[in-house]
Design a protein around this ligand. Structure first.
Ligand code: URA
Length: 225
């Protein structure tokens, strides 16, 4: 792992608390190093066959991510839900439709200029919060996705994804409304945190705050162009 990958890893890491079901067991650093060298097809294959944590046993399929591989925007959510687990694509339920509408309101779409990924690639049972070991097992996948996309802006949806990506326990209220950074090589990719669309469905009054987050992200993306 080079120096910039190490910085990004440190920024993303909750610590390599490795729980392996793979035979023979590999050390987490070796596994991570290997994942960080993969190209798109190999990464997709590696995610699809992952048995690194117990979530593998309960999934219908992995949910790799969707969108343009050279997208200028990256959207990061938490984990697949039941509908995503069934169809293999992130954000396809009601929350996904809201996300698509939010993106469309600033001229974006998952078909053209956004790559959407989750912190976890497998569905946690009963929509429970992801656990630290699950995040640790999955984090190299997300990190490699960010490296391969090289986005100009990252929009993080919801408390869990924001806390994981930014390695903080701060509340979403304190994280949104300002610009964070994700180290990528010599670059720092601007990161904007906003509410998760599922939360916005329950709390529509906060859509106005989310709109201002989108406007902030759009202004930053325009600067990066
Ligand atoms: N919520 C997420 O965070 N990601 C999905 O893919 C679906 C719902």
């Amino acid at each position: 792992m080079n120096e910039s990958q190490q910085r990004a890893w440190d920024a993303l890491a909750l610590g390599p608390r490795w729980v392996s079901r793979e035979q023979p067991p590999r050390s987490e650093p070796d596994r991570r190093e290997q994942i960080l060298t993969l190209d798109w097809p190999a990464l997709r294959e590696r995610v699809a066959s992952c048995q690194a944590c117990a979530l593998a046993g309960g999934r219908t399929q992995t949910v790799f991510g969707v969108g343009a591989q050279d997208a200028s925007w990256m959207v990061i959510g938490e984990a697949p839900g039941a509908e995503e687990d069934a169809c293999g694509e992130p954000f396809v339920g009601k929350a996904g439709k809201l996300l698509d509408n939010m993106l469309a309101s600033i001229g974006l779409s998952r078909e053209k200029n956004v790559f959407i990924a989750n912190v976890l690639k497998c569905r946690p049972p009963n929509n429970r919060d992801p656990q630290a070991t699950e995040v640790a097992c999955c984090q190299a996948f997300l990190m490699r996705q960010i490296e391969l996309v090289k986005p100009g802006i990252i929009l993080v949806m919801g408390r869990f994804a924001a806390q994981t990506l930014l390695k903080t326990e701060a509340s979403i209220a304190s994280l949104r409304g300002r610009v964070h950074g994700y180290a990528l090589g010599e670059m720092t990719v601007p990161v904007v945190v906003t509410y998760h669309p599922a939360y916005l469905l329950r709390t529509p009054a906060d859509k106005v705050k989310s709109w201002s987050d989108l406007c902030l992200a759009r202004a930053l993306a325009a600067q990066a162009d």
